[in-house]
Write a protein that binds this ligand. Structure first.
Ligand code: GLN
Length: 491
């Protein structure tokens, strides 16, 4: 029998139902794997007692034939989601030992469907980053490659992607403001979907940039992503930006195929200096979809080149406002000062890392009188134009758009961004447009580069049409074959 930690969510679900193993055995196998993989630094907090208690409750439900959609499925939770009674840090020192008295809607939905919590996953501080190197808990090490160089798993959901790839959970929650689900998924050979803005409630998820943030799953297969997203999604009275729409049976869409669908290839994503490997992968993806019956059309998204600069105005602006609440008074870290202003300053100086401080300064600058019109207002106008580009393409009958997920495979820890932050920001060149337009996007593993590292393709969908992404994503997964991690080196 396959090792329990190597099952997919759908296989584990079937195995539990057939009583081939118990939820307790499944949870224990993961607890053991996590304890052996601390070198990866994927989990910032392990909750084995909680996992086993939840698994026991699942076994009781299963015994009575009352198993719910995710009954007994062990998951890792990005530490951006507030979990009741379990320390939640957002990867930052400033939250200290913040122990939320409430549960985020996403995690509540997962537990209501019977899922089991293994622990909290490492991430870039406040989800700002593309390599998981800005975490106050230190970088996550990718489970890929071990020839002396340690690779990043991508970010900001680096702990989520590494844990899923290294079989330290069957699936993980993640969040994506500019690419933080899709880029780490691509770097680790996993599947990640950022749903349409409003598909998933943001309530109880620590805010980075509220108009861009969306939660989604990272899993090992497209089907698993569909299963998990269905449980995470749904209307929520506590988040007014969460859409009041029924959640489709995403799993049913997985086997739909792409016959008769029109897939757009945006010429603006053929960026200068694009590596021939990425170019080849993209072409390969096009051929796979064509062979499965899709019609491939060239499309134009003319404002693409402004997306990254506009994102780096909008996201820091919102972040600077959202992060104003961390002042040492209400919760988290407090550094005492001689008066209240001194307390604020000392707390924020000690509690935030470099990248977060940079974002707060950029955000405050672009929102300040005299610069607001020149930067923020312009960036918002660009955002409208980016959205319109997509609307025009979709109005011509295009069902989804295929692009590379990242401009390269994973890089080494410490290799990028120390001198010039823009070097790091460029990682999101293919993903930020999707957040700016509020659309859904999925990253699916599509092959290995010459060094044997995973590469992903991205499919961008129409608003609230994640189903087409699952259908087309499955076609890519079938054609590419599952990307299997070589022998673990960390255990
Ligand atoms: N890498 C981007 C940033 O640093 C996106 C992060 C994210 O999606 N959370 O802002």
């Amino acid at each position: 029998m396959t090792e329990l930690t190597h099952l997919t969510i759908s296989e584990a679900r079937d195995g539990l139902k057939a009583k081939s193993f118990s939820a307790t055995e499944l949870a224990q196998a993961h607890v053991d794997a996590i304890a052996k993989a601390r070198a990866l630094n994927a989990y910032v907090l392990e909750t084995p007692e909680k996992a086993l208690a939840m698994a026991k409750a699942s076994d009781e439900k299963l015994a009575k034939g009352e198993g719910r959609a995710l009954e007994g499925i062990p998951l890792g939770i990005k530490d951006l989601f507030c979990t009741e009674g379990v320390v939640s840090t957002a990867g930052s020192k400033i939250l200290g030992n913040f122990n939320p008295p409430y549960e985020s809607t996403v995690t509540r939905n997962l537990w209501n469907d019977g899922a089991v919590m293994l622990g909290k996953l490492n991430m870039d501080e406040f989800a700002m980053g593309s390599s998981n190197e800005t975490s106050a808990f230190g970088p996550v090490v990718s489970p890929w490659r071990n020839d002396g160089t340690h690779l990043v798993p991508g970010g900001s959901s680096g702990g989520s992607a590494a844990a899923v790839a290294a079989h330290l959970c069957l699936g993980a929650t993640a969040t994506d403001t500019g690419g933080s689900i899709r880029q780490p998924a691509a770097f680790t050979g996993t599947v990640g979907i950022k749903p349409t803005y409003g598909r998933v409630s943001r309530w109880g998820t620590v805010a980075f940039a509220s108009s861009l943030d969306q939660a989604g799953p990272i899993t090992r297969t497209v089907r698993d992503a569909a299963i998990m997203l269905r449980s995470m999604s749904g209307p929520d009275a506590k988040d007014t930006t969460c859409a009041d729409l029924p959640v489709p049976d995403f799993e049913a869409a997985v086997s739909r195929g792409v016959k008769g669908l029109k897939i757009g290839i945006p010429k603006e994503y053929r960026v200068d200096g694009m590596s021939p490997e990425i170019e080849k992968l993209w072409h390969q993806g096009t051929e796979w979809l064509r062979a499965a019956g899709a019609e491939i059309v060239e499309v134009s998204l003319p404002h693409t080149k402004y997306a990254l600069p506009a994102y780096y105005i909008v996201a820091p602006a919102e972040a600077s406002s959202n992060l104003a609440r961390y002042d040492g008074v209400r919760y988290g870290l407090r550094e005492n000062g001689k008066d209240i202003v001194d307390l604020y300053e000392k707390t924020r100086a000690a509690g935030f890392g470099r990248e977060v401080k940079r974002r707060i300064m950029i955000g405050t600058y672009v929102l300040s009188a005299g610069y607001y019109d020149a930067y923020y207002v312009r960036a918002q106008k660009i955002r409208t134009l980016i959205k319109r580009d997509f609307e025009e393409v979709y109005a011509k009958g295009v069902h989804a758009i295929l692009t590379p997920a990242t401009p390269s495979a994973a890089f080494g820890i410490g290799e990028k961004g120390s001198g010039d932050p823009v070097e790091m920001y460029l990682n999101d060149i293919f993903t930020v447009t999707v957040n700016m337009a509020g659309l859904p996007g999925i990253a699916v593993p599509a092959g290995l580069d010459q060094q044997g590292l995973p590469l992903g393709l991205q499919l961008i969908g129409r608003a609230f049409d994640e189903e087409t992404l699952f259908a087309a994503g499955q076609v890519i997964e079938d054609a590419a074959g599952r990307i299997i991690l070589p022998q673990p080196w960390w255990a």
